[in-house]
Design a protein. Structure first.
Length: 638
């Protein structure tokens, strides 16, 4: 590989990306998810009778622009057939909007798809709950009121804080709505009978198969003693419902962000609006109107119009700044200094829910979006720490910030040795036995190879301290035990095995595992085995559902960058696989979109929510080219 060509391409990309920085120092790229948020916004505006016709029309255009020719909607391009929940959400929103012909050919195809795949009852749990809150689907009949869950003491084997922080933000308002069996009244709700097969128009309970499994089918609930205890909740005095109401209301208010959203997520904010209505709030209550305004601030408008579930500003800014530093930008470059100052001021000082499981450490993490002030995560924290580390020797402010962040990150290590996304030891696998689709990925927050590998890489590159040694040893051991038989690791927050393997290999290498180590060699061998003929790598989102690697059939620059970066970290000399991969990245520039498939490589909720990060084709390839140049630059010129 011509080292001069790599250097020139790095410089070209640096110049290009510096021009994309915002005045406040941040980089803002679209966090593009499925149609759920756009659809829910239309339905919510109609339900609240808020006159926002220009906005609704733009959202309708967005929904129609991503509808497939066969009438369905998908959550990733090569999803077989289509996605039932996404199609239901889009169809209901379009019917609410009043801006589509109900007998349009593509709409009729969508109706047929929904009926053929079981109708509304086969859609996702969140979809059905949202429809129920809008009076379009029956609430289930439980033998107890699930809202009692919030009143269980912390010492109880299962309590509200046994669930992940993400799940809690969504469960709390739904519990309030379910407790009161709330359904909002609207003037002209759409008739959804056209979406339900005749054979499924049965008694209400059959619309919630999870309830049948929990409370009717004995074989599906092996933990009979717990089931017996659950039935006892029936006997709890009804006046406790008022306590549950107050508890949920307090939870919501204590987790509101300044922009009015609940934990800065659109999805939880939609549910919060209905939850507050169930608690007696009016449609024009200030907290509800502010939530709607907050949702509007999440809209991204540039090359597309989309309501982001949570803007990725801190994540994008941290990764772009780190990539630019690795590519040779000086820490005293005005753009880098501005970005670092932006990130410094986004460090969280509020004590969040993470303190329930880790109470003896001061706040110090970073969150995902710039409106997030109380929900930090490990990945954003380790990313920002890499960036501000360059300033610790020059500024006491940066040094103190780094120390707080690094200490917080180390303290969040799970007892098993790994790191999770948001909290510590929220990994009660008993909850994964609940008969609900993807419950393991939503209800708990266990250690994952990608987060553990990323944190290890940060520890290794930032300089392993004596304090970090025991953390490192436990994490290495955990990663060794989580390696798949074929040598890969399964990532949770990126697609999927390439992502997990990259994170694990770079992390293990950063903390000193030799290239000849058997664990390293198995991972390297697996990456070599899946390289495409064009020199790149590409993995389908189907890997996530099938729990094994599925090739995409084409290469993406993002997944290619991850794979090459892992190989660079585990080799002392450039190899043929590395050289062919670098050649692919040079050919597929970040601004030659004709060669780059708009394919989601991020995962929000497996099976349901995949993300196309518009910043990923920019900073990940730049970072990999920079690592190649730093390690092999002189060799490639020989």
């Amino acid at each position: 590989m011509d080292g001069l060509e790599v250097s020139q391409e790095i410089k070209r990309r640096i110049d290009l990306f510096l021009q994309e920085q915002w005045e406040d120092g941040a980089w803002r790229y679209c966090f593009e998810g499925p149609v759920m948020t756009d659809a829910y916004m239309i339905i919510t505006l109609r339900a609240l009778e808020i006159d926002e016709e220009p906005l609704i029309k733009r959202l309708v255009e967005r929904l129609l622009s991503v509808q497939e020719d066969n009438g369905v909607w998908k959550v990733y391009p090569d999803e077989p057939e289509g996605n039932l929940s996404a199609t239901v959400e889009a169809v209901v929103a379009l019917l609410y909007s009043g801006y589509v012909e109900t007998n349009d050919e593509k709409m009729k195809k969508a109706y047929a798809f929904i009926r053929a795949h079981g109708g509304l009852k086969k859609s996702g749990l969140l979809t059905r709950a949202f429809l129920a809150m809008n009076g379009l689907y029956p609430w289930p009949h439980f033998p107890f009121n699930p809202a009692y869950l919030v009143l269980l003491p912390r010492l109880s084997p299962i309590n509200f804080y046994s669930f992940s922080s993400y799940a809690r933000a969504h469960f709390a308002p739904v519990l309030a709505a379910f407790e009161h069996r709330f359904s909002i009244k609207t003037k002209q709700p759409p008739n959804l009978e056209v979406l339900t097969p005749r054979s499924h128009r049965e008694e209400e309970r059959s619309f919630w198969p999870e309830v049948d499994q929990l409370f009717i089918e004995q074989r599906a609930w092996p933990l009979s003693q717990i089931k017996k205890e659950i039935y006892k909740w029936k006997q709890i005095p009804s006046h406790l419902l008022k306590r549950a109401d107050r508890w949920i209301e307090h939870y919501i208010y204590s987790h509101l962000e300044a922009n009015g959203t609940l934990l800065s997520y659109a999805s939880s904010t939609f549910l919060m609006i209905y939850g507050l209505l169930a608690l007696g709030y009016h449609k024009d209550s200030p907290v509800i109107l502010k939530a709607v305004q907050g949702l509007s601030t999440l809209i991204f408008e540039d090359d597309l119009f989309h309501l982001q579930n949570s803007p990725s500003t801190v994540w994008d800014t941290g990764l772009m700044t780190y990539a630019l530093l690795e590519a040779g930008c000086s820490p005293d470059h005005p753009a880098i200094m501005k970005a670092s100052e932006f990130l410094l001021h986004k460090q969280q000082k509020n004590v969040g829910d993470w303190a329930h499981h880790n109470p003896k450490v001061a706040p110090g993490g970073w969150g995902f979006s710039d409106s997030n002030t109380r929900h930090p995560d490990m990945d954003d924290t380790q990313t920002v720490l890499r960036t501000i580390a360059a300033y610790t020797m020059f500024s006491n402010g940066f040094n103190a910030s780094f120390e707080r962040g690094f200490n917080w990150l180390l303290s969040m290590q799970n007892s098993d040795g790994g790191w999770a996304a948001f909290e510590k030891n929220v990994d009660l696998y008993l909850l994964a036995l609940l008969p609900m689709s993807q419950i393991e990925n939503a209800a708990i927050d266990p250690s994952t190879p990608d987060i553990t590998g990323r944190v290890l890489h940060a520890i290794g590159t930032l300089g392993e301290t004596t304090n970090a040694h025991s953390h490192t040893a436990a994490a290495v051991k955990w990663l060794r035990h989580r390696q798949e038989r074929d040598g890969s690791w399964r990532g949770r927050w990126g697609v999927c095995y390439i992502y997990g393997t990259w994170a694990a290999l770079t992390g293990l290498s950063a903390v000193g595992l030799e290239n000849g180590d058997r664990t390293i060699q198995k991972g390297v061998k697996w990456l070599h085995s899946i390289q495409n003929k064009d020199g790149g790598w590409g993995e389908s989102c189907q890997s996530d559902a099938k729990r094994h690697y599925e090739p995409l059939g084409q290469s993406t620059s993002v997944q290619t960058a991850w794979a090459i970066d892992a190989l660079i970290a585990t080799h002392q000399q450039p190899t043929d696989a590395i050289e062919r991969g670098i050649a692919f990245l040079l050919k597929h520039n970040s601004d030659t979109t004709a060669f780059e498939p708009r394919y989601p490589t991020g995962i929000g909720l497996p099976g349901q929510f995949y993300i196309y990060y518009h910043g990923y084709p920019k900073y990940w390839p730049l970072l990999t080219l920079a690592h190649y140049q730093k390690k092999f630059g002189e060799l490639s010129d020989e």
